[in-house]
Design a binder for this molecule. Structure first.
Ligand code: GLU
Length: 430
């Protein structure tokens, strides 16, 4: 095999020692490399994002002062199609994190077979500190700054942590105004009245449930009566809790930024959603006891669903977790060390890049519908979503049994082979 000239020239910020989520992704790539065969020749291209854009986002605040936020858009890989991935607004967003999230999008999109590369964006701001008008200005300025690298056939943003339909509508409008024409396909996760798709709002949670059910079948585990713990009660946490609740499971424990609540008989999910809608903390729920946040990890369950941020399950708490199936609704919730501990303890980990792919699957449907200006029914969307998720799970399950590897490594095998095959077929230019 002819070595790559570039193999010795790893920029410092891409090194394995770089602290943060990107380091985790590099470790995951290292784990899959022995399974890539001849395609391993191209693996170096996964270890460096194709394009990184760092932008200044200056905003006039309501009180007249000017504040500068850091914004990022990273296109990790576009071998299989345009970049695709969300935008998060969070005070702790870093370049390393956005790089890792963009790379996980590459893997996720390839794993489920949607024709996209991987990208991600972020603005380092705390939306809770912003008025609605300030939030709009942050969104519009950020969109304008990254405007020259996004587009329906270049890179298509979508919602992620702390971003939603409202923000997607502003992004679509800003991009369209700058282009001089309405371009609905530039973002997904839009309101339905602006070219959004039915089913997109709950798609990620629904997909988590569908693969969770498929995994449970493999373990002969019944959903009815199963105990479910959910960390995070945002878009993904609420939708997945509702799906499990509707299927007869008991959501015994929920944690969000306001605290952790528990009821062994099952929490009242409708009441919880109602509390949230009226701006009250989940800890205000009646018929639930509040427990210490750290004790969340000790609660016995059949399903544990992290649906918040990265690196929640580490070597520090992995040994305490008492569950059968860890279903990753969040991106990057489990470190490689924790992965090993959980695997050794017989916990089945269904990885983020498979489990939470329902969101981008329906984003793909939205993008297709926008191109054709022909919109599908919710039944049609859910049927196709369930089919794609179940097929992806079956392929990855079969790979994990054949290669005797975890579901995460199996997902990386399936996905990285697809990405690198495209890379090889396209060839190097010039
Ligand atoms: N932010 C979501 C994710 O992490 C959805 C991305 C999309 O729809 O493009 O998968």
């Amino acid at each position: 095999m002819i070595p790559h000239e570039t193999q010795h020239a790893i920029p410092s910020y891409l090194s394995k020692d770089h602290i943060g989520a990107w380091g985790i992704f590099l470790q995951q790539v290292e784990r899959v490399t022995p399974y890539l065969g001849e395609l391993g020749y191209w693996v170096e291209s996964l270890k460096r994002p194709k394009r990184i854009l760092i932008v200044d986002v200056p905003i006039k605040m309501d009180n007249g002062t000017v504040v500068h936020y850091e914004g990022y858009r990273v296109q990790h890989n576009t071998s299989r199609g345009p970049g695709k991935g969300g935008v998060r607004f969070h005070q702790d967003v870093t370049l390393s994190e956005v790089m890792a999230l963009s790379a996980w999008m590459t893997v996720k999109n390839a794993a489920i077979g949607v024709p996209f590369g991987g990208a991600k964006g972020g603005v380092r701001c705390d939306p809770r500190d912003l008025s609605m008008a300030e939030l709009e200005r942050v969104t519009r300025r950020y969109t304008s700054e990254i405007g020259f690298i996004i587009g329906p056939d270049k890179d298509i943003p979508a919602p992620d942590v702390n971003t939603n339909e409202r923000i997607m509508a502003w992004m679509m409008d800003t991009y369209s105004v700058n282009q001089g024409r309405t371009s609905t396909g530039v973002v997904t996760g839009k309101p339905v009245s602006l070219g959004g798709s039915l089913g997109r709002h709950d798609a990620t949670g629904r997909g988590v449930f569908v693969v969770g059910r498929a995994a449970a079948e493999k373990l002969n585990l019944a959903i009815r009566g199963a105990r479910v713990c959910v960390q995070g009660f945002g878009n993904v946490g609420t939708s997945v809790a509702r799906c499990f609740h509707n299927a007869g499971a008991r959501i015994t424990t929920v944690q969000d930024v306001s605290g952790t609540i528990h009821n062994d008989r099952g929490l009242d999910i409708d009441a919880l959603v109602g509390l949230q809608a009226s701006g009250e903390p989940i800890t205000a729920l009646r018929e639930a006891e509040t427990i210490e946040n750290d004790n969340f990890w000790d609660v016995p369950s059949e399903f544990l669903i992290p649906a918040a941020l990265e690196q929640q399950i580490t070597e520090r708490n992995a040994g305490r977790i008492q569950t059968r199936i860890l279903l990753e609704g969040a991106n990057g919730p489990t470190t490689p060390e924790a992965d090993d501990i959980l695997n050794d303890r017989g916990v089945l980990v269904v990885p983020d890049v498979l489990a939470n792919a329902g969101g981008v699957t329906v984003s793909y449907f939205e993008w297709v519908q926008d191109f054709s200006s022909f919109f599908w029914s919710e039944e049609e969307i859910n049927r196709r979503l369930d089919g794609i998720m179940a097929d992806a799970f079956a392929t990855i399950w079969e790979t994990s049994r054949r290669e005797k590897v975890s579901l995460r490594t199996a997902t990386f095998i399936v996905a990285c082979k697809r990405v690198l095959e495209a890379r090889q077929l396209r060839g190097l230019y010039p």
